[in-house]
Design a protein around this ligand. Structure first.
Ligand code: IMP
Length: 421
């Protein structure tokens, strides 16, 4: 099963994966890096995970990072050690693909320098994602398997540092003295990482052959996908479901179901179009109601109404077999809720998500307004517990998106979930 975000990330995938992890044997991430921020609440504890799959919070589940991930070693072990300190049994449960590319300290420095210089700023998380995937596609990346031979690893890193310094000089940046120290820190983590390295494709294949259940967890969302999102305001990997196969190392025929996660409204961090964006007053209100601040950068998220045009696009490009709607409770106090069913453009009404990102900046959403429910939904555990107007709203989302709703999340706790199917 693949769990994939259907908006601009931050759909609450962490919570959904956390609930589903209970029922699976293996949880694996297939793309992205420490740009992701999964917030999971266990009892009164809050965990924010950037690199390690949130399945780690369930005892005995195997957690994998596939070859499609860019691995920030320093961040990874900070998280690993923090989990250990909080009493989570991590040893022997985490595996990292030997084919995964390393995200090195110079990627972060370059990410920030490139952003500062860019004419059209993307608003990246500054975690080095773009430069790391650039090196991968440019066939000069360094992979986990390269850690095996320390001399060769050091030589590859030295080349990477020299190249990065050259680029920084071109960008008018001073020498970064910290870079050598940071690289040394990575080198010291070599053996620890090698001890965790594995072939994720083979592991998943074997698990499936043994009839075990595997959950492939996407990071970011469909609108941030390098091919299917609002390019260039996207992340540098394929976030959509098909990438789960390549990013873990199994064939697409191994994937049986794809659960798309949508928030009951829309948010986005970083720059780029957000067709249903609220006016500043409502934006502020929703941000407060939904606690919409980035888990990785703390940046305020931009908010808007649910966008069915985007959700339909996501249903198609991901081949969704089901839908999970999150944060329904955030809308509880609103007298009215709206959904965008199409966009008005100078060329007429469109119902398909346009490829032209610049054109998308100026579309006018066609909003359909529904009566709110104005009672708390946080205690609901079945569809019948939900107020009628909330059910109508969900029915409409399902109808417009074209995928059956399987789960509805009504709060941050594990128990605050409505299972439909
Ligand atoms: P990058 O992935 O750091 O290169 O950032 C590219 C774009 O993706 C920016 O708009 C980021 O705000 C956005 N982004 C990256 N990761 C996440 C995420 O986990 N949630 C939401 N937005 C993200």
């Amino acid at each position: 099963m693949v769990v994939v975000g259907c908006q601009w990330g931050d759909e609450g995938k962490g919570k959904i994966v956390d609930v589903l992890a209970e029922e699976v044997d293996v949880v694996a991430r297939y793309q992205g890096g420490a740009n992701a921020g999964h917030t999971v609440h266990v009892g009164d504890d809050e965990f924010i995970l950037h690199q390690i799959p949130s399945g780690i919070l369930h005892p005995a589940k195997r957690c994998l990072l596939g070859n499609g991930v860019v691995l920030d070693l320093i961040q990874f072990f900070e998280e690993y050690d923090a989990l250990l300190r909080r009493g989570i049994e991590v040893e022997g449960r985490v595996g990292v693909s030997r084919r995964a590319h390393l995200l090195l300290p110079y990627h972060r420095v370059l990410d920030r320098a490139l952003e500062d210089e860019a004419a059209d700023k993307i608003g990246t998380t500054g975690r080095g994602i773009g430069p790391a995937y650039e090196d991968k596609a440019g066939r000069r990346g360094i992979r986990v398997a390269d850690l095996e031979d320390e001399d060769r690893f050091r030589e590859l890193v030295a080349r990477g540092v020299a190249r990065a310094r050259g680029r920084l000089v071109e960008l008018g940046r001073e020498e970064d003295d910290d870079l050598d120290q940071a690289v040394e820190k990575v080198a010291r983590l070599r053996e620890r990482l090698l001890a965790l390295s594995t072939d994720t494709g083979r592991e998943v294949d074997l698990a499936l052959a043994r009839d075990q259940r595997v959950l492939l967890e996407g990071a970011q969302g469909t609108a941030l996908d390098l091919d299917h999102g609002t390019y260039p305001y996207v992340t540098s990997s394929n976030t959509t479901a098909a990438a789960a196969a390549t990013g873990i190392g199994v064939g697409p025929t191994r994937i049986r179901s794809v659960l798309g996660v949508v928030k009951a409204y829309t948010t986005r961090v970083g720059n780029g179009p957000l067709p249903t964006e609220f006016d500043p007053e409502m934006d502020e209100r929703m941000r407060e109601l939904g606690g919409e601040f980035g888990a990785t950068t703390g940046r305020p998220r931009r908010c808007g109404w649910f966008d069915a045009v985007l959700a339909r696009h996501a249903a198609r490009v991901n081949g969704l077999t089901g839908l999970a709607v999150t944060k329904l409770d955030v809308l509880d106090s609103l007298p009215e809720v709206s959904v965008a069913t199409g966009y008005r453009t100078p060329a007429g009404v469109v119902e398909e998500f346009p490829a032209d990102t610049w054109g998308l900046e100026s579309v006018e959403p066609i909003l359909e307004t529904h009566e709110g429910w104005e009672v708390p939904t946080t205690g609901a555990r079945s569809l019948e517990d939900l107020p009628r107007n909330a059910r109508r709203y969900l029915d409409r989302i399902q109808e417009l998106t074209g995928a059956p709703i399987e789960m509805v999340s009504v709060g941050t706790r594990r128990s605050q979930i409505v299972r439909v199917a």
